[in-house]
Design a protein. Structure first.
Length: 160
């Protein structure tokens, strides 16, 4: 399992790419959340740009590395939120996370950061209750409105 892809050093802009993993089940729309490594807060998979990948592809790769999921990623950004990222040095920097919808079609038993994070499939209401960041909650609510208004296959190309 390849886990150490080259990250571009465009951190000067402090942009990260994130995925909002989702799927439809008999219980309705489900959102996948993960915990951060240090504070254990619930968020979506996200990370630095990956050299050679488009932003939405970087987001999809982060979802695989951090949550063990793969699927169809939308190439239009759903929205963005601000995040305070703690670096390995202990320094905390402000980042802007661009989020792309990812319809999960595969889940894996093993992935790069399995030992570092918890994952949880949630209803929209559960996801909104678990996520502490107000801007990320707004993105999840926005996505739920889009998902409710469109046929499943049209969600990935929609932005509102």
């Amino acid at each position: 399992m390849e886990c150490s892809l080259s990250r571009t050093v465009s951190r000067a802009s402090n942009i990260q790419y994130g995925a909002l993993p989702w799927r439809h089940t008999s219980a309705g729309l489900r959102i996948l959340l993960i915990t951060t490594r240090t504070t254990r807060r619930w968020i979506v998979p996200k990370g630095w740009p990956i050299e050679g990948l488009a932003p939405h592809e970087s987001a999809a790769r982060e979802a695989f590395e951090e949550a063990g999921v793969q699927g169809k990623v939308g190439d239009e950004m759903l929205g963005a939120f601000n995040h305070r990222k703690q670096l390995k040095t202990g320094q905390v920097i402000a980042c802007r996370v661009h989020v792309y919808p990812l319809e999960v079609t595969e889940t894996h038993d093993e992935w790069c950061e399995k030992e570092d994070r918890e994952i949880q499939w949630c209803s929209v209401e559960e996801a909104l209750a678990q996520v502490s960041d107000p801007a990320l909650r707004r993105l999840i609510a926005k996505f739920a409105r889009i998902a409710a208004a469109l046929p499943s296959g049209d969600i990935l190309g929609a932005s509102a």
